[in-house]
Design a protein around this ligand. Structure first.
Ligand code: E4P
Length: 220
């Protein structure tokens, strides 16, 4: 399973990219708003850092407006993938954009049927929001597992991005459920890196090394 980072914060993206762990980036209007900076400028900066798909979302709710907005965004960089909200107008826009050679990521997916429709319309990616499903007392990973099963049975050419990832176990579960990609916030990436036994192990190795140096010095 590939990892994307789910943020519009350029510094976080730079740090994750330096570790060599991410192959793409997802943003959304809320993440962009959090940065308080010009949308296109932020997306352009991200595309300079990461060599992989960068999702940028349209704001329009009519296909006839989504399409020109998407075309404008796709001019920023060849790696831009257009995020389209799941709805009838969105599916129409996905079909048109596919014919224009523009890749789409259908977002706000909460059911297998929505994923199936998005893939049939020609989306390159679907983004089921696991965490938000968990928030309403259902199991988000069950939906991802079922989408993966259906896409596999019918050999659908559409990748599943496990989204709304809230903690490290979500990432493990998404991998086991068959998601192609997990898009992970930076704070979750940091939690994935650390383990208390790793810290204890590093400290012990360093302390033992220090002890050796001291005993060698004393022996001189
Ligand atoms: C995915 O593409 C979305 O940007 C994101 O994962 C939403 O996560 P949230 O539910 O934590 O806002």
């Amino acid at each position: 399973m590939k990892l994307f980072i789910d943020t519009a914060n350029v510094e976080e993206i730079r740090r994750a990219n330096e570790m060599g762990i991410i192959s793409g980036v997802t943003t959304n209007p809320s993440l962009i708003a959090k940065e308080g900076r010009d949308f296109k400028q932020v997306v352009a900066e991200i595309a300079e850092i990461v060599d992989g798909p960068i999702s940028a979302e349209v704001i329009s709710m009519k296909a006839e407006e989504m399409v020109p907005e998407a075309i404008e965004l796709s001019k920023i960089h060849e790696n831009i993938v257009i995020k389209i909200p799941m709805c009838e107008e969105g599916l129409k826009a996905v079909k048109i954009l596919k014919n224009e050679g523009i890749k789409t990521n259908v977002t706000l997916i909460f059911s297998v049927n929505q994923a199936l429709l998005a893939a049939r319309a020609g989306a390159s990616y679907v983004s089921p929001f696991a965490g938000r499903v968990d928030d309403v007392g259902q199991n988000g990973m069950d939906i991802i597992r079922d989408i993966a099963k259906v896409f596999h049975i019918y050999q659908m050419n559409c990748e599943i991005i496990a989204a709304s990832i809230r903690h490290p176990m979500h990432v493990t579960e998404a991998a086991l459920a068959g998601a192609h990609i997990s898009t992970v916030p930076f704070d979750v990436i940091k939690k994935m890196i650390s383990h208390p036994l790793t810290d204890i192990g590093i400290n012990k190795f360093l302390a033992d090394w220090e002890k050796l140096n001291e005993s060698l010095k004393r022996g001189r």
